[in-house]
Design a protein around this ligand. Structure first.
Ligand SMILES: [Fe+2]
Length: 303
């Protein structure tokens, strides 16, 4: 069995912003963090989640975006130090979220220094997406849905080039007998978006490719909620999965910090995926299993 810990949206505590950096769309995000979000995303919750993941010793960690909040230089320096402290680039795959690409200056502000965890060879430039990582009989395909969205938007987009490359990768990986896991930050289906201004603009084109070429698992973040949606594809049932923000404090209207462990096994020509949802429980903040069940690529499809 190959095990993957899926975590998302850690939103590390705000590490600072210069006046020049705030003279942009970042001012909205800074106000939102200062007035509201800093009470929701708590460092100790995130560290409880990370300690729980470490105790489970997964083979790999999949992190589906939003490490930072408004893409400042200080935030990216803190994010790089945080990644370094928790996992070597070979053990963790990160895809950017909308908060990691908050403005057009995000890449030069430091997003590119996180490239080694995105499968890039150097920290001087962002790698080209999609990225493909082979791990035993698993193909982890990373998509980058983050772009500097207009003011008051948290939308995503993939673009024709990424989608065309994905359409070639999926059948090639299937021909090699690999379990295909696709990861992106935004929800891949329009119906999973919480509002049009937070949606993936080319979700319909993405779903069309996934249905036509097949994939076994899709991991996403952005909504800060648990989700499991089975979808019919040419090669069986694809399972779309999401998890809460890894730093969400208890007591709010969204689920507290959690993550999910995927245990993937090939059995009699089909893929078996055991999903274990782990979440912070109670005032003392103990991590507990909320649900555990096994999916297969031959499950009765729902759509
Ligand atoms: Fe997001």
């Amino acid at each position: 069995m190959f095990t993957i810990a899926h975590m998302t949206d850690p939103h590390l505590p705000m590490a600072g912003a210069s006046l020049a950096e705030l003279f942009s769309k970042r001012i909205l995000g800074w106000l939102s963090w200062t007035l509201r979000r800093r009470r929701s995303h708590r460092g100790p919750v995130l560290e409880a989640v990370m300690a729980d993941i470490a105790a489970c010793k997964p083979h790999h960690i999949a992190l589906s975006g939003d490490l930072v909040n408004i893409s400042t230089s200080a935030e990216f320096a803190a994010a790089r130090a945080w990644l370094k402290a928790h996992a070597a680039p070979r053990d963790l795959t990160f895809v950017p979220g909308n908060h990691d690409c908050y403005t057009a200056g995000a890449e030069s502000a430091g997003l590119r220094t996180l490239s080694p965890w995105m499968g890039g060879k150097t920290d001087q430039a962002l790698p080209a997406f999609p990225r493909l990582r082979y791990m035993r009989n698993i193909a982890l395909i990373s998509l980058n849905s983050a772009y500097p969205a207009p003011w008051r938007e948290a939308s995503g987009r993939l673009g024709e080039k990424q989608l065309a490359a994905l359409a070639e990768m999926l059948p090639a990986c299937a021909a090699k007998g690999l379990c295909r896991i696709v990861m992106l930050h935004h929800p891949p289906m329009e119906s999973l978006a919480t509002s049009p201004r937070k949606a993936l603009k080319d979700a319909a084109a993405l779903m069309d490719i996934l249905r036509r070429h097949g994939a076994e698992i899709v991991l996403y973040g952005h909504n800060h909620r648990w989700a499991h949606v089975p979808v019919r594809t040419v090669s069986g049932t694809m399972h779309i999965l999401s998890a809460p923000s890894a730093s969400m404090a208890p007591g709010g209207h969204k689920p507290p910090g959690g993550w999910q462990l995927l245990g993937i096994t090939r059995r009699q020509g089909t893929w078996e995926i055991t999903v274990t949802r782990r979440q912070l429980q109670g005032r003392k903040g103990t991590m507990r299993t909320m649900a555990e069940w096994t999916l297969t690529s031959k499950d009765a499809p729902a759509s």
